[in-house]
Ligand binder design. Structure first.
Ligand SMILES: [Zn+2]
Length: 494
């Protein structure tokens, strides 16, 4: 989204993001309840610990600690040898214990960075910390009353806090997208903003360009998509500029993004901000983080998007644009690599180029049209590879390939089976046979031929159509066109 150019010239926008990601552990942060509650009836994934009953004892989920450290390592953070959990005290109906177990002064990691690319330049966004806490329950509001669903309470929640290094709403979106890619590649988060498993709060202020001191910031909440992050911040930057220009001081406050109206509205001012009275969680032991364990996690980190992108360009000879598309989703890149590995035609670069075209242009289109993910594709990589081989061997034409692909996708059958079942004949490679059919078409369509000679361009298209019909689509359209034009030019007018 283009921002008011005046914002960009007189004022500098300063943004820091706090991103919360629910972790994909099987059980909750401090109890054995399942985190797989998305389709469960309310209050069915609960126990005395996550309901906050008095006298119960939490137990730390080691998987959640491992996921947090893997994320921190991927974001170039340092991992301390000692960490601990703290109580963050505040009263709210969705907070079962009246406090949240979080991390205050000694988080699981700090001092990292994430590289993004903005307008062709690499930009380094500092990561203050990645820490671990627990999610709250969920309130459901109805007309005149509210209900509580405790299923979400105690779900492991990782918080990734950036430095105020982001300089535009667009950069904020790029940072979120890059971060999400990494979390999904690591397999620690589903990355689904629309479902609330990945959430973003933003701190934003503006200052006259060249000024060191930061302006008064507001905190923006309720942004549920990458697009709303960018829109909300663009709106808020503009609002702050207009206030300053009018000589009205900016209030430090929390504001909510109202998607339907495209505005932010004041929620609560800092005067009423809570004093969280953090203190060390007395029910949990401090964490001594074993170096060998951390190095073991580092060794198991998967290839991350940037590395994969570079490898696709280097190993497969793909363009930067194709490599970008194929690495946005880990599963799509995995699919592409399996297609290349399974196809037999010619050399690797040719195979890779053909596979990239098929996946980016056709497979993605069919998946979108059917609203399914690549993991659920009825066309396994081996089937895509089979189609590429049929095309490379000249067994089917490009036009037949499209038809075979649609059918294989719809039926889940292998393309070669589709070719057999539909009785698709091999393309006419016999030049003589094709020439005879073309001569026949010219003889039988004297009127159209004279139209063509009179300069009617539609006439040629019609004749090509007639030849394709005679050959039942088995001829290559471009050779038909070439031969037809040659014949028309050499055949004497009747
Ligand atoms: Zn529980």
């Amino acid at each position: 989204m283009a921002m008011d150019t005046e914002v960009a010239t007189d004022f500098e926008v300063v943004i820091g993001l706090e991103v919360h990601a629910q972790l994909l552990t099987k059980s909750k942060m401090f109890c054995t309840c399942s985190t797989d509650y998305a389709n469960a009836a309310p209050n069915t994934h609960v126990c005395p610990v996550c309901m906050g009953m008095p006298g119960v004892l939490p137990v730390i989920n080691q998987g959640a600690v491992a996921y947090t450290i893997m994320t921190a390592l991927s974001l170039n953070c340092t991992i301390p040898e000692y960490s601990k959990f703290d109580r963050k005290n505040y009263p709210y109906p969705d907070l079962m214990k009246g406090y949240q177990i979080s991390q205050y002064d000694i988080p699981l990691s700090k001092n990292g960075y994430l590289l993004i690319e903005y307008e062709g330049q690499a930009r380094r966004i500092g990561i203050t910390r990645v820490h671990l806490e627990e999610d709250t329950a969920r309130l459901l509001h109805f007309d005149g009353y509210s209900l509580i669903d405790i299923n979400r309470s105690g779900t492991p929640l990782m918080e990734i806090v950036s430095e105020p290094d982001i300089r535009s709403p667009e950069e904020a979106r790029l940072y979120m997208q890059k971060l999400r890619e990494i979390l999904v590649y690591l397999g620690v988060s589903s990355g689904r903003m629309e479902e609330g498993s990945l959430r973003c709060d933003a701190n934003i202020s503006i200052r006259p360009r060249g000024q060191q001191k930061l302006g008064v910031k507001t905190e923006i909440k309720n942004m549920n998509s990458f697009r709303s992050v960018e829109r909300a911040l663009a709106y808020e930057a503009q609002r702050q500029v207009e206030l300053l220009r009018a000589g009205i001081p900016i209030q430090q406050e929390t504001r909510g993004w109202v998607e339907t109206k495209g505005i932010t509205v004041a929620q609560r001012s800092k005067e009423y901000a809570h004093d969280y009275r953090y203190f060390p969680e007395p029910d949990l032991p401090p964490l001594i983080i074993n170096r060998a364990w951390v190095e073991g996690l580092r060794a198991q980190l998967p290839e991350l998007p940037d590395a994969r992108r570079a490898r696709y360009m280097d190993e497969y000879g793909l363009s930067a644009q194709d490599a970008n598309v194929l690495t946005e989703e880990k599963a799509l890149g995995d699919y592409f690599e399996q297609v290349v590995a399974a196809s037999q035609a010619s050399d690797r670069w040719t195979r890779a180029k053909a596979a990239a075209n098929l996946v980016i242009n056709d497979v993605v289109r069919l998946l979108k049209a059917n609203s399914i993910s690549v993991e659920e594709s009825p066309l396994p990589p081996a089937a895509s590879a089979n189609l590429l081989d049929l095309l490379a061997r000249g067994r089917i034409t490009g036009r037949q390939g499209k038809e075979v692909l649609e059918e294989a996708f719809a039926s889940g059958k292998m393309p070669e089976t589709v070719v057999q079942e539909k009785g698709i004949e091999p393309p006419i490679s016999d030049q003589g046979a094709l020439e005879r059919i073309i001569e026949e078409v010219i003889t039988n369509n004297a009127k159209v031929v004279s139209d063509y000679r009179a300069g009617k361009t539609n006439a040629l298209q019609y004749l090509i159509g007639q030849v394709m019909k005679q050959t039942r689509g088995q001829a290559k359209a471009d050779s038909v066109r070439t031969i037809l034009i040659t014949k028309l030019d050499e055949t004497p007018p009747a």
